[in-house]
Design a protein around this ligand. Structure first.
Ligand SMILES: *[C@@H]1O[C@H](CO)[C@@H](O)[C@H](O)[C@H]1NC(C)=O
Ligand SMILES: *[C@@H]1O[C@H](CO)[C@@H](O)[C@H](O)[C@H]1NC(C)=O
Ligand SMILES: *[C@@H]1O[C@H](CO)[C@@H](O)[C@H](O)[C@H]1NC(C)=O
Ligand SMILES: *[C@@H]1O[C@H](CO)[C@@H](O)[C@H](O)[C@H]1NC(C)=O
Ligand SMILES: *[C@@H]1O[C@H](CO)[C@@H](O)[C@H](O)[C@H]1NC(C)=O
Ligand SMILES: *[C@@H]1O[C@H](CO)[C@@H](O)[C@H](O)[C@H]1NC(C)=O
Ligand SMILES: *[C@@H]1O[C@H](CO)[C@@H](O)[C@H](O)[C@H]1NC(C)=O
Ligand SMILES: *[C@@H]1O[C@H](CO)[C@@H](O)[C@H](O)[C@H]1NC(C)=O
Ligand SMILES: *[C@@H]1O[C@H](CO)[C@@H](O)[C@H](O)[C@H]1NC(C)=O
Ligand SMILES: *[C@@H]1O[C@H](CO)[C@@H](O)[C@H](O)[C@H]1NC(C)=O
Ligand SMILES: *[C@@H]1O[C@H](CO)[C@@H](O)[C@H](O)[C@H]1NC(C)=O
Ligand SMILES: CC(=O)N[C@H]1CO[C@H](CO)[C@@H](O)[C@@H]1O
Ligand SMILES: [Cu+2]
Length: 571
């Protein structure tokens, strides 16, 4: 299946592919992803960025539920990379899931790796991205999964659809930004612009000419597939004067949720219906800003508050080009109440054709504190707080990425790579949402995993803390989960479970654990393999806010991990 890739590569210049759907399909879809350096200009800065097939954002993968996608990844770049299919379970096949040093060794420059993506229950919008260093900043694209042949959307078929990817742009090379931070132990420089489909939009320097435009016809309805591919920023998103109806998130349908505003964390996707009903006659405005701006809980810290914009433009012969597009205001950058209201409104569709299976009896309870920390440096010579080095942890274990990948070590029983004592509970309870005393702020590195028996039901209560500016969007590989509750303050194990939604909780692969609050997820471990769980804020990953689940094989043949493919990248 081809869709404009050849045309785009001809130009070899970080081109934006078509944002409207224009293709046919088959049961098995073959793609070739050539990862390479491509010159690209934004904010009047030109640099080489890593792209797939010269496109930024990268190519869209289209498939139907139940299809298989086979991607041959060819690394023509100068650095190690890996690719991940975000939100796909990869049932029994962790081998091509992608996280570097967790399930594979990287694809080295000049090497290839063919990755198989079997879509089983996923339907809606997912995405793919690099899972090595900060490569995700430019190596990402949509993965769009239509209903099975002969089945339909659980809503009226939209006239057309379009995809918008929220992201961040650095004028510097992103991996230089990462290396500098890791060397100094200090903060990662904030990005220079937030972007929509790689473009900063009208309000940022040198960007106006390239602002993304979405053309619509009066009276028609559209499906917007919204993806947050930012390295750090959570976003408020709206379209001036247009109502939005969320109908899906993270590759699962939701009950239609009418709203004027969407809140989306890094790693998440939202499927949103829009009715283009605002252009009535020659004197009506015909252009409306599509806008996104970050949410940041603590405005004391340095952050990028830039608004990024695209334009919704009605196809009409009356467009008054000198009239500026209409802009609707977005909530204040620290408006936590609006975040909580939006997030609290998401419900699984949970109808006859889209049943849900929320675990009711729980075998494994976990209470995981998500925290930013420091690791002390000799002579207090690092650039983090107290002369230490920034770290992140889950239950005070700051993940040390092993040299031998965990899947390899598990499958071939290589000892000494990890230990199986990831703690189910914090060793130390305190008021997590209060200022944390310095001695508790320090953490330690280790490579700990949590073993799960096949078919175990797991509940995790994530507890956010007062340290750091933002929520932690926790992402789980290998299975989606139900978000059964979310609230502020310290989790109260007597009162808070009474508020759980076990009837129609949203099914997600990434949950925004609130700063100073908690979120509870549930899932059933029926996917044997090695599954990474990490904050989707990339710098928090590099600081260790991650851990690994290993789900053991079950008894029956179809409850066992598949053998590795022949072309696993060697170390
Ligand atoms: C990678 O794939 C390309 C294109 O199919 C081929 O030309 C090249 O020889 C392969 N490289 C390796 C190391 O297998
Ligand atoms: C934008 O377009 C105008 C008109 O074509 C041109 O004069 C200007 O140089 C362009 N700006 C940039 C930054 O490319
Ligand atoms: C044109 O449409 C606007 C709404 O966009 C309405 O307020 C106005 O009355 C209409 N004008 C005419 C001449 O129909
Ligand atoms: C614009 O005008 C042309 C020529 O009169 C007509 O064919 C076309 O349908 C018009 N388009 C719209 C969106 O009104
Ligand atoms: C176009 O918009 C500008 C700015 O809003 C306004 O001054 C002008 O009168 C409009 N022209 C027409 C023909 O409507
Ligand atoms: C949000 O930030 C503004 C400006 O810094 C501040 O005045 C306000 O108190 C903050 N609101 C909350 C809820 O933190
Ligand atoms: C720490 O400070 C001591 C005394 O000032 C100095 O001798 C030593 O080299 C420093 N160590 C590092 C790692 O900077
Ligand atoms: C925890 O600290 C916060 C912030 O100081 C305070 O509002 C809250 O009451 C404390 N909770 C408990 C249980 O002490
Ligand atoms: C985390 O571990 C470090 C190192 O073992 C210890 O100093 C610190 O007190 C622990 N913090 C918490 C919150 O348990
Ligand atoms: C998984 O466990 C449930 C009970 O929690 C049981 O009903 C089901 O049969 C089990 N499935 C498998 C494949 O073992
Ligand atoms: C790239 O990956 C190989 C294989 O794991 C490793 O030996 C090498 O050190 C890596 N290169 C860099 C720059 O990390
Ligand atoms: C135009 C604008 O607001 N630019 C800001 C975007 O964000 C960077 C990083 O915080 C700021 O330095 C710019 O001033
Ligand atoms: Cu985080």
């Amino acid at each position: 299946m081809k869709f404009g890739t050849s045309l785009m590569t001809l130009f070899g210049f970080c081109m934006l592919g078509s944002i409207f759907f224009t293709t046919a399909w088959a049961k098995t879809h073959h793609h070739t992803f050539i990862v390479k350096e491509t010159p690209c200009t934004r904010l009047c800065h030109t640099k080489n960025i890593l792209t797939v097939n010269g496109q930024f954002p990268g190519p869209t993968i289209y498939a139907r539920k139940g299809d298989t996608v086979i991607v041959k990844v060819i690394n023509q770049g100068k650095k190690n990379i890996t690719l991940h299919w975000h939100g796909v379970d990869q049932l029994r096949n962790p081998w091509t899931d992608g996280p570097e040093h967790i399930t594979q060794c990287p694809i080295q420059p000049g090497a290839n790796f063919t990755q198989q993506i079997r879509l089983i229950h996923e339907e809606g919008t997912l995405w793919w991205h690099a899972h090595s260093d900060f490569d995700l900043a430019t190596v990402h694209g949509p993965l769009i999964i239509y209903p099975k042949q002969g089945t339909m959307y659980p809503f009226n078929k939209p006239h057309k659809e379009f995809t918008l990817i929220l992201g961040e742009w650095w004028n510097k090379d992103v991996n230089t930004v990462l290396d500098e931070a890791l060397q100094s132990g200090g903060e990662v420089e904030p990005s220079d612009a937030n972007t929509i489909n790689g473009q900063p939009g009208n309000f940022l320097p040198c960007s106006k000419n390239d602002t993304v435009k979405v053309h619509v016809e009066q009276g028609k309805s559209y499906l917007l597939r919204l993806i947050n591919a930012a390295l750090s920023n959570e976003f408020f998103f709206n379209i001036a004067n247009h109502h939005l109806t969320v109908v899906g998130t993270d590759g699962s349908y939701t009950k239609p949720y009418a709203t004027d505003l969407v809140f989306i964390s890094p790693g998440q996707t939202m499927d949103v219906l829009i009715k283009a009903n605002k252009f009535q006659n020659s004197s009506s405005p015909s252009r409306y800003y599509i806008a996104a701006r970050p949410y940041i809980g603590n405005t004391q810290l340095s952050y990028n508050a830039n608004m990024t914009t695209a334009i919704l433009e009605y196809e009409t012969n009356y467009t008054n080009i000198s009239a500026p597009p209409l802009l609707s205001s977005l909530p204040a950058i620290n408006d936590t109440d609006t975040v909580d209201i939006f997030t609290g409104g998401l419900r699984s569709l949970a109808d006859k054709n889209h049943p849900i299976d929320v675990p009711e009896t729980i075998n494994e309870h976990m209470y995981i504190v998500t925290s930013l920390n420091i690791i002390l440096c000799r002579n207090n010579s690092c650039k983090g707080p107290l002369g230490g080095r920034f770290a992140g942890s889950l239950n005070n274990v700051s993940f040390e990425t092993p040299q031998i990948n965990i899947l390899h070590a598990y499958y071939y029983s290589i000892p000494g790579v990890y230990t199986t004592d990831f703690p189910d509970y914090p060793s130390h309870y305190f008021n997590f949402t209060e200022y944390i005393p310095t001695d508790l702020y320090v953490t330690k590195k280790a490579t700990k995993v949590k073993m799960l028996k096949y078919n175990t039901t797991v509940e995790i209560v994530f507890q956010g803390t007062n340290i750091g500016p933002e929520n932690h969007p926790m992402h789980l590989h290998g299975q989606s989960f139900y978000v059964v509750g979310r609230g502020s303050g310290n989790f109260d194990k007597k009162k808070d479970p009474l508020t759980y939604n076990l009837v129609d909780p949203p099914r997600e692969n990434t949950v925004a654990v609130p700063k100073n609050g908690w979120a509870t997820i549930r899932f059933r471990a029926v996917n044997p393999g090695v599954w990474y769980m990490h904050c989707h804020v990339d710098r928090h990953v590099s600081w260790g806010m991650n851990m690994v689940f290993i789900t053991k094989n079950g008894k029956s043949a179809d409850a066992k991990m598949l053998p590795p493919p022949n072309d696993m990248p060697p170390c």
